[in-house]
Design a protein around this ligand. Structure first.
Ligand code: NAP
Length: 266
């Protein structure tokens, strides 16, 4: 029998915020296709199936054209309408710009910017061709509160997230009359492996204990997706307040505040 549940995809859905986005969608009755860099994407799929839905995992490198295309083909080959697409995968690179490795930064741009554009191109065209009669057509782009401030000691990461935010708001406007919604999620610092992977263990971000709960961030993100909101800040009251302040403060003031947080201790 043909599946009756809606289908969602989540890039970088094997752990962290992406896994929680997939779990939240599963709890709301969606089958989910998830990608990840490591083999644990298969364990993630097993956990998602325990929530009573079907899950389709693929290990594929989001830093390469082939890897992004492979995940898209994998989803398209399911032969089903696509109802929700969460473009979540993203990495950081911490450290002073004079010290960081150029290859790491170019790889980050490939994942956070080029990969997001690549997957969005496939998703948008597929959703347009699919039309409005096969359920929701909703897109989430995971940006960051870093999109609202300069980010010293992660000087390229913040701009990649500002790119995602502006991109989401732009295609949202283009797709508005088509009935396809686009939402940006701007999490504040969130408990995941992100900062350790970014080489920021020796900064204030190395400690996960004070950060936002990733399940809460994901729930806020999916609530906003389902409401069709243009963007939502993910995190607690202090995180929401920080973004309000970022809209009022000058760029140098914000740069100083952010730099004090992200500066390595040695
Ligand atoms: N955590 C924060 O404080 C924070 C704040 C604001 C915004 N964000 C954004 O939230 C998103 C998710 O971050 P997170 O905190 O959940 O990070 P995370 O814990 O490091 O998880 C990243 C996810 O992406 C996957 N991934 C990483 N590199 C990949 C690659 N080259 N190819 C395929 N998959 C890859 C990982 O797969 P494996 O686990 O299989 O390696 C994992 O599923 C990112 O876009 C990030 O910029 C995070």
């Amino acid at each position: 029998m043909a599946p009756t549940r809606p289908l969602a995809l989540v890039t970088g859905g094997s752990s962290g915020i992406g896994y929680e986005l997939a779990a939240e969608l599963a709890r709301r009755g969606h089958d989910v296709a998830v990608s990840g860099q490591s083999e644990r994407v298969h364990e993630a799929a097993s956990s998602l199936r325990e929530l009573g839905v079907d899950a389709f995992p693929l290990q594929a490198d989001a830093a390469t054209y082939e890897g992004v295309e492979a995940f898209w083909t994998f989803v398209a080959d399911l032969g089903r309408p696509l109802n929700v697409a969460c473009l979540n995968v993203g990495v950081g690179v911490g450290g002073a710009f004079a010290d960081t490795d150029l290859d790491d930064e170019l790889r980050m741009i490939a994942i956070n910017c080029a990969g997001t554009v690549h997957m969005a191109k496939r998703v948008v065209r597929a959703m347009l061709a699919q039309g409005p009669d096969q359920g929701d057509r909703r897109i989430l782009v995971v940006s960051s509160t870093s999109a609202t401030t300069p980010t010293p000691y992660e000087p390229v990461y913040g701009p990649t997230k500002a790119f995602g935010f502006s991109f989401a708001e732009s295609i949202r406007e283009e797709l508005r009359e088509e009935g396809i919604t686009v939402t940006a999620l701007l999490p504040g610092a969130t408990d995941s492996e992100f900062h350790h992977r970014a080489g920021m263990g020796d900064t204030r971000f190395g400690d996960n204990s004070w950060k936002n709960d990733r399940t809460q961030v994901a729930r806020q993100g999916i609530d906003a997706v389902m409401a069709g909101d243009d963007h939502v800040v993910g995190g607690d009251e202090a995180t929401q307040q920080r973004v309000v302040e970022n809209r009022r403060m000058s760029e140098p003031e914000k740069a100083a505040r952010q730099g004090a947080l992200a500066r390595p201790s040695r």
